[in-house]
Design a protein around this ligand. Sequence first.
Ligand code: AMP
Length: 170
Amino acid sequence: MRFEDYIKNVPDFPIPGIQFKDITTLIADPAAFKAAVDELALFAREKQAELVVGPDARGFIVGSAVAYAAGLGFIPVRKPGKLPRETISYDYDLEYGKNTLCMHKDAVKPGQKVVIIDDLLATGGTMDATIKLIQGAGGIVVGLGFLIELVDLNGRGRFQNLPVRTLIRY
Ligand code: AMP
């Protein structure tokens, strides 16, 4: 499966200079969506993950499908003000703009092994924040999985002690 054939590149979205990788065309195709999810679910099982965590918002789409396919539960990491119960939070920089991510304080149990799934690895800021949240709750991050990796931004270099699986590299 050539996953890259299912991704649309959108120049200058949402601001000039960004080459936005649109995954909606991949997840709209049943065979490509299934193959991508199955590959990341295999990665989660290989790493013996007990839980999948996915960041707002495209991490919900990919991460929850991966969790289902791997037979695991899914924990959403969300923007502030969205989760109804007590949360822990972390601030970070995006490729474009700034963000804060939150997770329910009791979502990850101490010692639980977690794989984090998102649509795209750029600078790694989102992953770094998500890892901090999971570790803050006492969880153990055992792997990071993505549909897409923007290699030039070297997000992978920030996580040299962690297995990182990506299906498409630009
Ligand atoms: P980063 O934190 O820099 O690794 O950025 C990753 C997050 O930002 C992911 O959740 C992506 O959804 C989004 N993102 C960053 N850059 C792009 C891009 N060029 N195209 C699509 N999404 C992007």
